[in-house]
Design a protein around this ligand. Structure first.
Ligand SMILES: Nc1ncnc2c1ncn2[C@@H]1O[C@H](COP(=O)(O)OP(=O)(O)O)[C@@H](O)[C@H]1O
Ligand SMILES: [Mg+2]
Length: 257
């Protein structure tokens, strides 16, 4: 099913200061968009706002999923409608293993669609979990660990990808999932994302400081965010230009070259 995330003239304040000054962005299922920008440009502000983090106040503009206004909705409702956010630094939840956490999450999402849904049977759930882990090449033991407790950077990202694979979102927002990963871990995580894209047709919004992740997940469109504004959009070659030249050339107020 095709869905569309539509962000229009989005202005966002944090602690009384405007950080985003009118963002326009449209992501359809099946598409990969990348948002790149230097540190402090407002990338995480955008991802947190898409998910309804209470510290980020929308003062103007809209965020819609298939025409439905997301702004009045809590983060869990936004997730139930088909969004997923992979966090830059996910929280640890000692005492709760990944398997049981994900079972709650999957059941909650299904109940949202069908209020009479009683929850997956033990065996159904086990098959879903094992099948999903196999698809994204994860060892089944991983699901027995406590959520993000004592995880390396790479393991935290793996746990986010597993959540995404289980929840099957229409649009996934990946905020700096490449940060702190070595090349092998980065490749494994990107392979998981690509497998899910192929299988589910989800749309992806990749938020990143570094172009290297875009070697493994090829974007259809690249947007450059600077000082809370999208200053340039283009195809994947824009990411190569950033890799060669950094961001400074975009600061110029002269006409684009
Ligand atoms: N909770 C906050 N309180 C005050 N300022 C914040 C807060 N979160 C972000 N900012 C400011 O907003 C700007 C953008 O930050 P952020 O969205 O995290 O950028 P990025 O993810 O691109 O590095 C920065 O100047 C940062 O200092
Ligand atoms: Mg950030």
């Amino acid at each position: 099913m095709s869905k569309k995330l539509n962000i229009s003239d989005l202005h966002v304040e944090v602690s009384g200061k405007e950080i985003l000054h009118g963002i326009d962005l449209m992501v359809n299922t099946g598409e990969v968009h990348a948002i790149m920008g230097p540190n402090g440009s407002g990338k995480s502000t955008l991802s947190q706002t898409i998910f309804g983090h209470p510290n980020y106040t929308v003062t103007k503009g809209s965020i819609r999923l298939d025409g439905k206004d997301l702004l009045p909705l809590s983060p869990d409702k936004r997730a139930n409608l088909g969004l997923f956010l992979a966090f830059q630094s996910p929280n640890a939840v000692p005492g709760v293993n990944i398997a049981s956490f994900l079972k709650q999450a999957v059941n909650a999402k299904r109940r949202f669609v069908d209020p009479a849904f009683k929850g997956l049977k033990i065996r159904e759930y086990r098959e879903l979990l094992e099948g999903t882990m196999q698809t994204i090449k994860m060892k089944p033991e991983f699901a027995q660990r406590y959520l993000n407790t004592g995880f390396s950077g790479g393991e935290k990202k793996k746990s986010e990808i597993l959540q995404m694979a289980m929840l099957r979102p229409d649009i996934a927002v990946l905020d700096e999932i490449d940060s702190g990963l070595d090349v092998d871990a980065l490749k494994a995580v990107c392979e998981g994302v690509n497998t899910l894209r192929r299988e589910t047709g989800m749309g992806v919004l990749i938020i990143t400081h570094y172009p290297r992740i875009l070697k493994y997940i090829m974007p259809d469109t690249v947007h450059i965010l600077m000082d809370g504004r999208i200053v340039r959009s283009g195809d994947h070659t824009l990411a190569h230009r950033i890799e060669e030249d950094g961001y400074d050339w975009l600061k110029s107020t002269e006409k684009p070259v």
